[in-house]
Ligand binder design. Structure first.
Ligand code: M6R
Length: 370
């Protein structure tokens, strides 16, 4: 049941630190102070052999794939293309069974378009790995290899904990590749220090969960507005897309996710004092660019709500209207905290509007027809 929570979605958001603990127990081994990533032999062999990774998925799982691309390319040094399943299956894709690896991401393991891509890839002889939450699912039965999200049943139509588990997998796949492909910015020592920090993340996620009431208060005045924008750059861009999808899905407020650098190429025209702009900000080398983008929104009377680590508070004071501050955490892990904030934004906006958060209109939990 829902326990103390009014909705499954809220319960599932709160389960996320536990999901990460489960995943770490399976994926990361620490013996005598030595860390080891534990992937099944066949899976790691496939990852290391791949010259190109094709990630195929729908909806939220597609956003996790897009997030994966940033890490797999920058740390794993492998070329990645990410595609929505309903597009991939009908466009006569060019693949190379010797060089390509397909990763199909599907919470349910039953999404019709993703399953069709799986069958197509099998026919074409491309090796596959399915990343799913459901052990007895069709995707697991049909794929060469499957890895499990270990998130427990996800009942809210809006995917939350499965997404978080998917991005944790993307992190592990990238780090596993990175260990064998030394890179000036990602030496093995650096990768091991990231792996070590992983054990601290569930507690920081718990701290982030405490932001729920203040996020509810903050978004209250925006619930009557018709449209919102979610901005992010780099790895935060796929998270912005996911934040926007979540809001559309359950609050029926129009929302768009945009890479901040694209603002000038169109969406800046939409900015006004009646459109809240949720901006993901991280302290990477992109910070000056992000601040520049936000200043453009600010000077056009946009209402900006930043989601950033507490260390950036000063840098953001004159640029944004409201700040949601995250516990201090290494840049690599910030997405695991900012995702929780995005989930709360949509949950509270939808709940304040009185909608049935777990069963949004027109949608089904798994899309088993085309
Ligand atoms: O089960 P899947 O991961 O294959 O489902 C894909 C999408 O249908 C799903 O993520 C959908 O977008 C969610 N309702 C989003 O919250």
């Amino acid at each position: 049941g829902k326990g103390i929570y009014p909705h499954y979605m809220l319960k599932e958001i709160h389960e996320q630190p536990g999901v990460v603990r489960n995943l770490l127990a399976g994926l990361l081994e620490k013996t005598d102070g030595h860390l080891k990533i534990n992937l099944p032999e066949r899976v790691s062999r496939k990852l290391h052999k791949a010259r190109r990774i094709l990630i195929i998925a729908c909806g939220t799982s597609f956003h996790a794939g897009l997030f994966g691309k940033y890490l797999l390319e920058s740390i794993g040094l492998v070329s990645v293309s990410v595609e929505v399943a309903s597009e991939f299956r009908y466009r006569h894709p060019v693949v190379d069974p010797e060089r390509d690896l397909a990763i199909l991401i599907t919470q349910s393991g039953e999404t019709a378009d993703t399953l069709s891509c799986l069958r197509l890839l099998k026919e074409l002889g491309v090796p596959q790995i399915v990343l799913t939450n459901v052990e007895g699912s069709t995707a697991v039965r049909e794929a060469d290899d499957a890895m499990f999200l270990l998130a427990g049943p996800e009942l809210g139509v809006a995917s939350t904990k499965a997404f978080l588990a998917q991005i944790v997998y993307m992190m592990f796949f990238a780090l596993e590749l990175g260990l064998k492909k030394p890179h000036p910015e990602h030496s093995n020592a650096h990768i091991y220090s990231i792996l070590d920090e992983f054990f601290r993340i569930p507690a920081l996620m718990e701290e982030t969960l405490n932001l729920s009431p203040s996020i509810r208060d903050l978004v209250k005045p925006f619930t009557h507005l018709p449209s919102t924008l979610f901005l992010g750059r780099g790895r935060d861009y796929p998270l912005a897309l996911e934040g926007a999808l979540k809001l559309k899905e359950i609050s029926y407020i129009h929302a768009e996710g945009y890479p901040s650098g694209e603002l000038k190429h169109g969406p800046l025209a939409l900015v006004s004092d009646s459109m809240p702009v949720f901006a993901l900000v991280s302290g990477s080398e992109l910070l000056p660019k992000i601040l520049g983008n936000l200043k453009e929104v600010h000077s056009r009377s946009g209402i900006i709500i930043s989601i950033a680590p507490a260390s950036l508070k000063g840098a953001l004071t004159d640029v944004v209207n409201h700040q949601i501050l995250l516990p201090p955490v290494g840049d690599f892990f910030l997405p695991l905290l900012s995702t929780i904030v995005l989930q709360f934004i949509s949950y509270h906006m939808a709940d304040l509007k009185g909608f049935d958060v777990d069963r949004p209109r027109n949608l089904a939990k798994s899309v088993t027809v085309e």
